[in-house]
Structure formats: structure tokens, C-alpha cells
Write a protein of this length. Sequence first.
Length: 265
Amino acid sequence: MGARIHPTAIVAPGARLAEDVEVGPYSVIDDEVEIGAGTVIGPHVVIKRYTTIGARCRVFQFASLGEIPQDLKFAGETSYLRLGDENVIREFVTLNRGTAGGGGLTSLGNGNLVMAYAHLAHDCHLGNGVVMANGASLSGHVTVEDRAIIGGLVGVHQFVRIGTHAFIGGASAIGKDVPPYTLSAGHPQRLHGLNLVGLKRAGFSNDALRALKDAYRIVVREGLLLGDALKRVEAELPPLPEVKHFVEFIRASQRGIPRHDTEEA
């Protein structure tokens, strides 16, 4: 039993589809595309060469995967788009492949939900369990860690990093890194405390929540120089993995983080 391909779909002979892949009407799949077991490609989907899609994914109608980057420096070099398993790509999503200047790869891990009209530009990297709501857009070279949530109509600047379990409110303009476990929103971008609802739903321990609250207060609210604040967190708080990641993420930041908030959380 081979892949179930609608008669109106166009699948190039060099595409490699697992036996139980489904391809809907009028979809177009190029050579050098690989699609894993159990994946369903809806109608009117375009998948360009050098794209790999893992197992049990679902791609809805009118999505475009693996098109060349929207980057004037792109010179036709071979570059890639790779999706892991169990990703859901909704209507009109655009995922562009990478560029030589950014490592040549755009990637998504496993279990991500990318809602309608969202865009991932060249050389972006999503971890696992990320949610991008309708119309959210990542400029080039953006990294999103596991289980972050990006609200609708959010614009993210090039080279920004979004930390694990962070939550970005809708219609925000994000020009600085978003520390893990935090809420960020607005234009200009502000922090709004920890993503406590998300952290509790994810099963974070009370010890971890208390330590993260203290770390956030020291770094964001006490007016210290950033380096001094991070040293104080390391000296005063228990060396829990969550605290270590919070500190290491901020210390590695190239774009900086917002250091003012609403004082509400």
C-alpha cells in the first residue's frame, strides 16, 4: 500500500513519502522532499525542495513550506527546512528555509502548533511544544525554546531569543530577548512578571516557583547592574535547574532583556 495521493496533486518523482502519507487535492510537492509516516498534507499545500517533515504531522490547506528565504542576501545556495514529529501547521502558514549566513537551516522540533497566517523566516529554530497564534511572525534567526507561547499578531525582531515556558501577549513588538518563564507584552515591550499560570499547569514545584519569583525580583525590579544581579541570584538562591537556566539565558543575551515591568506580578 503506497501513499494516498489525490489525482490532482503533483508529487515530483524525487520526493520520498512514507507509505501511509496522505496528500490532498491540488497540492504540489517538489523533488528532494521527505515526509514521514502518518503525516497528512491537506489540499492546495506547496512544499518546496530540501524540506523534511517528520511523522504524524498535519499540514492544512494553503500552507507554504520550504520556499526560498525573503532575504536579499540569499544567492540560491542549498539550504533546508526540517520539521520533527507531530507538528500542526495551519492555514496560510509560511515556513522559509535557511540561508548560508544563518547556518542554512530553519527547524521545528516536535509537537508544535503554528496557527493560521503565522510566519517563520529563514534560520529560525523552534523547540518542542511551542504555540504560535494567528498572524505571529518571526524575523530571521529567531530562536524559540520549548513550550513558549507567542500570541496573535506578535512581531519578533531578528536574532531575538524566546525562553522556555515564556508567554508573549498578542499584538506585541518584541525587540529584546524574552527570559524563560516570564510574561512579556506591549509596544514598547515590557515584562509582566512570571508566567505563573503556565508554570503551574506545567507542574513546576512550589520550590521552583518561589526561587524563580526571587530571581525575577532581583534581576528586574531591584535596579542593580545586570551582572551584579545575576551574581546575587547565584549566591542567594538554591541552584535549581530552573534558576540556573534563567541566569544562563540572560547572561548569554546579545540583544538584552527588558528590565522594567508593570509591578503587578
